[in-house]
Design a protein around this ligand. Structure first.
Ligand SMILES: [Zn+2]
Length: 719
């Protein structure tokens, strides 16, 4: 079905693993602070005492901004003390006293950071931003203090060198190899001068990344399209007008209509506004974010980050940051990623050109008398969609009430895995809009807790992502259940209607839910995981395949007023139009992937002009001017303030896996419990505790083929 490459940050920055690793899935681990350690005199700080909440969730009602800094400082102190104890152990190094012991350090800090990172992304304020600027370099230094600790590394290496004779099982060996590898990649083999330089680079990188993200948020909040003349609402459906009226109220502009450059506000405007100059204005505001040559400009910061990363890679012995990053991914090298992207780019560009020609023809038929521009694409695409398929977004939305979609996902998880979801309205939350659910297995066993936060706010970063306050781990053999989060920027309810989602938003919801399932199902004796970045979208993207399956739509897609199930004719139209506009969707995504790879293989980023460089890269692949890359450099948060540098291609790389994996369900029936059980057992539960390809083959019986992806995107080479 319709494929939007959903935006997701796997907490790249939010949670940092104990040692500097680019691949460990960095989620929050927690435990209430242990009572055995000294506590500072901070009787009111909720981080310093047992939470005393149901399921031990963070006591958001008690946590104040001022509690974070002392708790982070204490977390750093404790983790350092735990590491010092490992180093000081007079016993010779063993797997247990070194590798497993290291795996269990920093739990208190992860807990605090998990809460801090989640609020920073979803509910920030000036104070938290200032705190992030202060703590980012502190945490970077702390990670280096562990990663570059020579005595610690000597113990790790001593175990690693004897690994063949230690009779370790697969999980232990995987942890050992990754721990050793992460130390080496963190600089453990460097000389003192190089280590000192690496520390400086890490400090600077941590600061620049925070600044980049802050600028994007400020630039997103800085623009409003205020309409006070009803005639300028021409073409907009009633629901979109209502939404703009609500937004105006939020900004104290009751009686007017406001559109922002948040996707749920901007996209419906671009799709239906008849006022071409206004479409141009709002779209320009969107794609010029961070590129205004003002104090929020991100051009120099992007260059700086790319250059710092290049220097870091050089010290570590890699020709580029991309080469450094990709070493631990499935793809392994920039050459392989570039070849993969090129293979997809060529047929995509052909399709995108055909689509542009069709839009131009439509403009001419209507006597438009102007050239197609990027701000026209959505508008004429919707017109053409109606012409070809008699289908429009606003006719579908009534069937996608947010609560119904959520319950549809719950139902799917019930069918596949037997899960049950129990609303917990009384648990503490960080914002009144957040929904909290307990997740249970079919037999009532507690699986974990899920927080969901759906709508945009000026305090929230744009996009959608899944994270967590706590990852699963075992404390003396007892499972400590995970707490997962889903944060989105979906269409808000209005005075007259509940939140009615677009098909893109429905797909994004399924996507993020897939990440959460991986967190909730996660099993394994150790806390640290090493997930190849380019496989991380497998659990999320496979969920998208179910979103518009007629059998599942019949369960959840009910009209919000009448309760009527989505008519078969509408479902059929949705299916028939699944390849419509795929050239555009794939082209804008691939263009961003190629831009990411270009920045991170550039020999001297400091010497380029950021805007020119971007134009040159886009010109080099022949991107047509009517399409803007999905992210331009100045607001490409995934790569400059998230964990996706040299990794934005991960979505489409993972898509090879998820398309192939879904075939298994199609072969046996899309709700087949045995296939689901095998997927859970072989892929989701051990995700990050073993080689992903080995896991995949255990599920599928063979390595994945690319055919499913090409079919889904309409990119099969016609012979
Ligand atoms: Zn994702």
């Amino acid at each position: 079905m319709k494929k939007l490459v959903s935006v997701i940050f796997i907490l790249g920055l939010l949670f940092s693993p104990a040692i500097s690793s680019s691949t460990a899935v960095p989620e929050a681990a927690l435990q209430p602070p242990s009572s055995s350690q000294s506590r500072p005199a901070a009787p009111d700080n909720p981080f310093f005492k047992p939470y005393g909440t149901p399921f031990n969730v963070p006591p958001f009602d008690l946590i104040k901004n001022e509690h974070f800094l002392p708790a982070i400082e204490e977390g750093i102190r404790r983790e350092q003390a735990e590491v010092d104890a490992i180093v000081a152990n007079p016993e010779p190094p063993t797997f247990e006293n070194t590798i497993a012991a290291l795996d269990h350090t920093g739990i208190f800090l992860s807990e605090v950071n998990g809460v801090f990172g989640a609020l920073q992304g979803a509910n920030t304020n000036k104070e938290l931003q200032a705190l992030a600027r202060k703590t980012a370099p502190m945490l970077a230094a702390h990670r280096d203090n562990i990663g570059l600790n020579e005595k610690l590394f000597r113990r790790v290496k001593a175990v690693y060198d004897r690994r063949a004779s230690l009779k370790l099982d697969r999980e232990q060996l995987f942890l050992l190899e990754n721990t050793y590898r992460d130390f080496v990649r963190g600089g453990a083999l460097l000389d003192e001068a190089q280590k000192a330089r690496l520390r400086e680079l890490n400090q600077e990188l941590s600061l620049q990344s925070v600044k980049f993200g802050e600028n994007v948020l400020a630039e997103t909040n800085a623009y409003k399209l205020v309409i006070d003349n009803q005639a300028d609402l021409a073409g907009l459906p009633g629901s979109v007008v209502d939404m703009a009226a609500e937004t105006a109220k939020q900004f104290g502009l009751a009686g007017k209509w406001v559109f922002t450059i948040q996707v749920p506000s901007m996209t419906p405007f671009l799709q239906s506004s008849e006022r071409r100059p206004l479409r141009e204005q709002i779209h320009r505001a969107y794609f010029m974010k961070g590129d205004h040559d003002n104090e929020l400009d991100n051009k120099e910061i992007a260059k700086k980050i790319a250059d710092l990363r290049r220097q870091k890679a050089a010290i570590l012995g890699y020709p580029s940051h991309a080469a450094f990053v990709l070493e631990t991914n499935m793809a392994k090298t920039p050459e392989r990623v570039n070849a993969f992207l090129k293979q997809l780019w060529e047929p995509t560009l052909v399709k995108a050109r055909e689509e542009a020609a069709a839009l131009k023809a439509l403009i001419d038929r209507q006597g438009g008398g102007f050239k197609l521009a990027s701000w026209d694409w959505w508008y004429y695409t919707e017109k053409l969609r109606q012409e070809k398929y008699a289908l429009d977004d606003s006719a579908l939305r009534p069937y996608f009430k947010l609560d119904n979609v959520r319950d549809g996902i719950f139902a799917l998880c019930g069918k596949l895995y037997g899960l049950k979801f129990i609303a917990k309205p009384d648990l503490p939350r960080y914002h009144p809009e957040v929904q909290v659910f307990e997740v249970q297995e079919a037999d009532g066993t507690h699986t974990g807790i899920l927080y969901m936060d759906f709508h945009p706010r000026p305090s929230k970063r744009s996009g959608a992502w899944s994270g967590g306050f706590r990852r699963v781990w075992y404390e003396q053999g007892k499972r400590v259940p995970p707490i997962s989060t889903i944060t989105c920027n979906f269409t808000r309810p209005t005075a007259d209607a509940p939140a009615l989602l677009s098909t893109d938003e429905v797909e994004t919801f399924f996507h993020e839910f897939g990440h959460s399932l991986a967190t909730l199902f996660s099993q394994g004796r150790f806390r640290n995981r090493s997930v190849a970045r380019d496989s991380v979208e497998l659990p999320s993207q496979i969920m998208e395949h179910w979103a518009f399956e007629p059998e599942l739509l019949a369960v959840y897609a009910k009209h919000y007023k009448t309760g009527e199930t989505i008519p078969a004719a509408l479902v059929e139209k949705l299916e028939r139009s699944s390849l419509f506009n795929q050239g555009f969707i794939t082209a804008e995504y691939l263009a961003a992937c190629i831009l990411d790879m270009a920045w991170h293989t550039l020999p001297n980023p400091a010497a380029v002009d950021a805007r020119q460089f971007e134009n040159q890269v886009m010109g080099g692949i022949g991107l047509i001017p009517e399409i803007v890359p999905r992210y331009r450099s100045t607001y490409f948060s995934h790569i400059f303030s998230g964990g996706y540098s040299a990794g934005y291609y991960a979505y489409i790389w993972s898509e090879v896996l998820d398309c192939d994996a879904y075939e298994a369900f199609k072969e046996k029936g899309i709700f087949d419990r045995a296939t689901a059980a095998s997927f859970r057992k072989n892929v989701l539960e051990p995700f990050g505790t073993d080689d992903i390809m080995a896991q995949y083959v255990r599920f599928r019986g063979a390595e994945p083929k690319i055919d499913g992806l090409l079919r889904k995107r309409g990119l099969e080479i016609k012979k």
